[in-house]
Structures are given as structure tokens and as C-alpha cells.
Write a protein of this length. Structure first.
Length: 152
């Protein structure tokens, strides 16, 4: 789930990842770009039709439509690593906008569900598309979804 993504290239890369892993892509809030058919076609996203896409106004609306989904929040300021997260089928992996991440109030309300990706160098955080890739593949590994997948 991407909350108010700002950079279309990141969302395009994440959409391709979603299609490749048969994972739904949820876009919440205001987008920093257009995803109508003409815009997607012009951007060369020929796999967009393979993406299971849902749009909601905000997390409250997402929860209304998916009441059993457990939210796993990701932030550059998280005290715990995504490697310490226990992922389950149906979890919603929540990433914030590129410029500021997730709302600090949301992170404060759900401290047990906030994780980050450790970095070894002086870089504060990773590119959004890279972060989603890292976490999604770990979640898929943990739930056994990769066991029958062919390397591609």
C-alpha cells in the first residue's frame, strides 16, 4: 500500500513488482500523478492491466474495505528491522510518500507495527520502490509464497 505516492516512476516500478508477484497494489490518498488509461499508456506501462489495483481515500477507508488486514508500517525512523517482523497472509505493507514518509501520528498510534530497513552507510533511507521490493519479497518468503515460484 502506498500512501500519497508522489513520483510516478516509483509507483510504476512498484506496480510492475505487484504484477510479477501477484500482489494487490493499494493507492491511498492524493496521488502526485495521473493513472488514467491514457497516462499509463503514454508512460509505457504495458503491464498495468496485470495489476490488481485499488484506490481508497485513506487508511480508514482501506480498513473499512479490508477489516481483517493487519497493517505493517514502514518508516526510515523505525526502531525495529523488517527482518524482525512476522508476516502473515493478508498483511498490508504500508509505505508513505517519498518526501516525508508516513504520518508521525499514525506511527505513534501503532508503534508495535512499525519497521524499517537497516542501512549500513550514511544514507538515511532507500528509494521507495527498492524498499517495497525488499520488504515484499521477505513477506512472501515468510508466508511460503515463493516456494513454487520459478526464478525469472
Amino acid at each position: 500500500m502506498l500512501v500519497e505516492p508522489e513520483i510516478p516512476q516509483n509507483t510504476g516500478n512498484i506496480a510492475r513488482l505487484a504484477a510479477a508477484t501477484q500482489s494487490p497494489l493499494h493507492l491511498l490518498g492524493r496521488l502526485g500523478f495521473r493513472i488514467d488509461e491514457r497516462s499509463v499508456r503514454r508512460a509505457g506501462l504495458d503491464y498495468w492491466h496485470l495489476v490488481t489495483l485499488e484506490q481508497q481515500l485513506d487508511i480508514a477507508h482501506f480498513r473499512h474495505h479490508h477489516p481483517n488486514a493487519r497493517l505493517r508500517l514502514f518508516s526510515a525512523v523505525a526502531p525495529r528491522s523488517y527482518l524482525d517482523a512476522d508476516f502473515r497472509p493478508g498483511d498490508a505493507l504500508v509505505f508513505g510518500k517519498e518526501s516525508v514518509g508516513l504520518d508521525p501520528e499514525l506511527l505513534a498510534r501503532m508503534p508495535d507495527d512499525v519497521f524499517g530497513i537497516p542501512t549500513l552507510g550514511p544514507v538515511r533511507s532507500l528509494n521507495l520502490a527498492n524498499a517495497v521490493s525488499i520488504v515484499l519479497y521477505e513477506a512472501l518468503r515468510q508466508v511460503g509464497a515463493l516456494a513454487s515460484a520459478a526464478p525469472g
